[in-house]
Design a protein around this ligand. Structure first.
Ligand code: 13P
Length: 287
């Protein structure tokens, strides 16, 4: 059964490790992430962007697939199904559909409007037992057509949003979705430290987990990050393994064109990426 992300993240924050949010795109992705979490006895958060939700035939389909898969695979570790970067309306659609967690990304609104909408969603999520992630300071890069510049959040604004009673807070600290450019200056630990001082024990969320060096990840966890989002890295691993399979002509050998064979190397590559991240984040054995 799905759980919300509150308990797993509070434990992670207190235990100085982070839970990975791995975004899902289809059945293979979901199966690979669930199997790895179960094998490593790690809690996990399945992230669904609005675009990926649409691709998978809507949020209801996603909920039905994840629930059925968890039952069939006999998953025992805590799993949260989480809307990634939701609009106000998309949050309501996911609450309705049976997600156990949502992110309201009000970072592009003036702070007053972010506060007003987040306040309302805090109440609705509390009533329905969901966890809620809020965001201050846009995360850079491009995701589903939403482009940000890698801002650094204002710690005072972070406190305003954290005090509303959200479960977890994403603060921009110079992080970017997708691959990091050559001239990236790295995470702003100065900002993270200032935010952490303002928000008490609130689990912080680090978006744009792809390509952040291991030492920066460890330092971020020390400074209160308890959830790290990874999306692009699984996509790159899947694409590279699929490319290698096709370039080696394996799809032309016997029944190598069978999707169950064709998509297998990519699926295994997602598993390896998730395993590597769970080990780095310290969530292995914490379920
Ligand atoms: P990456 O695609 O850079 O790993 O970022 C994922 C993310 O932050 C999803 O919200």
């Amino acid at each position: 059964m799905l759980v919300n992300a509150k308990e797993m993240l509070e434990k992670a924050r207190a235990g100085h490790y982070a839970v990975g949010q791995f975004n899902i795109n289809n059945l293979e992705w979901t199966k690979a992430i669930l199997a790895t979490a179960e094998e490593l006895k790690s809690p996990v958060i399945l992230g669904v962007s609005a675009g990926a939700g649409k691709y998978m035939c809507g949020f209801n389909t996603v909920v039905a697939m994840v629930n059925a898969m968890m039952e069939t695979m006999k998953i025992t570790v805590p799993v949260a199904l989480h809307l990634d970067h939701g609009t106000y309306e998309q949050c309501y659609s996911c609450i309705e559909a049976g997600f156990s967690s949502v992110m309201f990304d009000g970072s592009h609104y003036p702070i007053e409007e972010n506060v007003a909408k987040t306040t309302e969603l805090v109440q609705v999520c509390a009533q329905k037992g969901l966890s809620l992630e809020a965001e201050v300071g846009a995360i850079g890069g491009e995701e589903d057509g939403v482009v940000g510049n890698g801002e650094c959040a204002d710690p005072a604004e972070c406190k305003m949003i954290a005090d509303l009673g959200v479960t977890m807070l994403a603060a921009g600290i110079g992080n970017i979705h997708g691959k990091y450019p050559e001239n990236w200056k790295g995470l702003s630990f100065e900002t993270l430290e200032a935010v952490n001082e303002q928000v008490g024990e609130m689990p912080l969320v680090l978006h744009g987990g792809t390509g952040i060096p291991a030492d920066m990840i460890r330092r971020a966890i020390e400074l209160g990050v308890a959830k790290i989002n990874v999306n692009t890295e699984c996509q790159l691993a899947f694409a590279a393994a699929t490319r290698a399979y096709v370039e080696a002509g394996k799809d032309l050998e016997g029944k190598g064109f069978d999707p169950r064979k064709l998509l297998l190397p990519g699926t295994e590559a997602i598993k390896a990426t998730v395993k590597e991240k769970m080990e780095l984040f310290g969530s292995v054995g914490k379920a």
